[in-house]
Design a binder for this molecule. Structure first.
Ligand code: NAG
Ligand code: NAG
Ligand code: NAG
Length: 220
């Protein structure tokens, strides 16, 4: 029993604290999309969208927008240039917010820089964005706001390609809180059974000893 409890304590201690801080700075967000100094000036700015630029967003093979916490996910941003000048794509950036309070920023995702990838007039192009939400995010629905930053005639602009929900799931480890609890319960029950059997055997051996003594005395 005691051993079972101690074991449970050790196992439970290895579990990540479910109340762990969900807010993470961008520096902790992994080393995806290293952003150069010049791009840094644009990321986090707020520019208006340019006229004649349309964006779409696709989560390939993932229509339910399911994202595993701590693992890389990919989405594709399509951009269509109906304007008269070419577009220079600078970066894609995104952030995760609480669904019931969009103002509450949960995580700044790392920005993906593009070295002046150019989209000429009447052309369209697709850009990948690979991101990973913090592994400390709890499973559930979150708001995801993604913007693409670009330049037209040396003027910076940005368009929001997605501002909606994503579904975050926890990485599928074998140790959920429930399974640890069930495991501990199982160990405790086994321990109890062991004590009971040992008690029975001890009682039985006492009875046998008494009988053996009694009969040996009778036959002496
Ligand atoms: C996220 O990025 C915005 C804009 O760059 C910045 O104002 C904010 O402080 C950042 N928040 C965190 C938690 O990193
Ligand atoms: C991108 O284009 C701008 C001008 O549009 C130029 O100043 C800059 O050096 C270019 N950057 C790269 C990485 O090609
Ligand atoms: C996304 O939508 C929310 C309201 O639902 C709004 O407050 C927020 O500014 C939007 N973000 C972007 C990047 O458009």
């Amino acid at each position: 029993m005691l051993i079972g409890y101690v074991f449970c304590l050790i196992v439970v201690r290895c579990e990540p604290d479910p109340d762990a801080e969900v807010i993470e700075s961008a520096e902790d967000g992994g080393d995806l999309g290293i952003v150069g100094e010049d791009v840094q000036d644009f990321v986090g700015g707020s520019f208006s969208p340019a006229l004649g630029v349309e964006t779409v967003c696709v989560f390939p093979k993932n229509p339910s927008k399911l994202v595993v916490a701590g693992e890389e996910s990919e989405l594709l941003v399509g951009i269509k240039n109906d304007g008269e000048s070419s577009i220079n794509i600078i970066a894609i950036q995104a952030s995760v917010h609480l669904p019931f309070d969009h103002q509450y920023l949960v995580q700044n995702l790392s920005a993906q820089a593009f070295n002046n990838a150019s989209v000429p007039p009447s052309a369209q192009a697709t850009f990948p964005y690979i991101f990973a939400v913090s592994k400390f995010l709890q499973a559930g629905t979150f708001d995801f706001a993604g913007t693409i930053v670009y330049e037209i005639d040396q003027q910076p602009y940005q368009s929001t390609f997605y501002n909606g929900t994503i579904e975050v799931t926890e990485a599928g480890g074998p140790l959920s809180v429930e399974s640890v609890f069930l495991f501990c319960l199982g160990i405790a029950l086994l321990g109890l059974l062991g004590f009971w059997i040992r008690g029975q055997i001890q009682n039985l051996s006492k009875v046998i000893t008494v009988f053996v003594l009694y009969y040996s005395l009778l036959f002496l």
